[in-house]
Design a binder for this molecule. Sequence first.
Ligand code: SAM
Length: 220
Amino acid sequence: MDNARFADRIQEGCRALGVTVAEDVPGRLFRLMGELLKWNAKVNLTAITAPEEVLEKHFLDSLAVLPEVEGAATVLDVGAGAGFPGLPLKIARESLSVTMVDAVGKKVGYLKAVVTTPGLGLAGTKGVHTRAEGKPEAEGLPRADRVVARAFMDLPDWLDLAPAYLAPGGRVVAMLGKALPEEELKAQAEKRGLVLVTARAYRLPFSGAERQVASFARAE
Ligand code: SAM
């Protein structure tokens, strides 16, 4: 897939998801895909390597949570792996300060290299190698306005862990596969002194795969 076709597909996908990205964003995502696939040949970062799939399953899937991070200044991506959703979110919203943490050193090696790659616009993005266990100070992790993870833990475990990393007024963002009923989301939140702020079910634009994103805040 060439750069122009890739850009058209990103913009088409964003429109279908109801999110807006600036004109230069697809070009930077295309370069990020080049870095990901180059590194993936040496270090096992992702099993998804076909450009059409990287575009949808990594990039659009990450950009789909833009509405949940709008208004935030800082994002912590826990279990970021090859940087999803953290890297596309940062590329789409340059003012965000994004920290990505992963327990596997070679993945963080990639993250640290890619955030300094010229032309990607990733200044202000950090990769941290540690196991997140809910002790931000000891782990060298910041508290953030949005604490997000994809394909990291099931919802109950995520809601047990993530609030430890919240800045005052912050929100935990949960990216889920199959949608859970709102009552279930509310019940899981209540058990942990949280409230459900938003819940949104949608489909990825090309494959039609089901997704849900929910955000939670500390109960007042
Ligand atoms: N979020 C990425 C994505 O969606 O492509 C990666 C998902 S991958 C299935 C889960 C990642 O979580 C792995 O890279 C693993 O090393 C990392 N991980 C597992 N437990 C962790 C922990 N306690 N702290 C930090 N990273 C962890």
